[in-house]
Design a protein around this ligand. Sequence first.
Ligand code: 6GU
Length: 252
Amino acid sequence: MRLDVVTIFPEYLEPLNVSLVGKARARGVLDVRVHDLRSWTHDRHHTVDDTPYGGGPGMVMKPEPWGEALDEILGGADGAAESGEQPVIVVPTPSGKPFTQELAVELAARPWLVFTPARYEGIDRRVIEEYAGRVEVREVSIGDYVLAGGEAPVLVMVEAIARLLPGVLGNAESHRDDSFAPGAMADLLEGPVYTKPPEWRGRGIPEVLLSGHHGKIARWRRDEAFARTAANRPDLLERCDPAALDKYDRAT
Ligand code: 6GU
């Protein structure tokens, strides 16, 4: 998978060299290219922002550098590029649609993502309109709070997407029971986990986990997941399919 990121803070994307994403890059699963938006400016001060039309606080990112950057990265007006693959432009913005596990799965199936994290009050709207007419453009928010820029959201989204790519996680089953993964535990958060030693500061391990009884362990894990979901995310239970619950869940 190819990932391009256009930003005025390339150093903010350094964490993409670390851990799971860094290893995926080193192994050639991910081709990550971070670009400095200012390299597509032509004035002495490398200006990327200006005051908003209509007044108001803050600054807006100018369309010209974004246009030149995206034209060059997409490699032509139709967006069919060197690879022949169709890119998706992902625009991080607090006004976007929610970034969910479902969207992560969808984007992980695409060969090429181009992220456009903005600073200030965002990018001149005409840039989004221009590219939406050429390629798929998704405006995406990572949650109901406001960040100073889209770079941290790009790190969040790339990590969520990269771990879904074949060969990135050590154990192919590791994301099967994830919170928010589709399947038997869909709509339930993950319950608690334990490892050695069997006693730590006077605290033991739930006895069922030492029983070797796989059926009882699965039952316990589901009950814990259900209880944690009811406590932390009652909204998930309210909107889940009743058929996804079992009789023990209902009794809780
Ligand atoms: Cl994608 N960008 C910014 N600046 N703030 C956010 C966000 C994105 N998602 C939630 N808050």
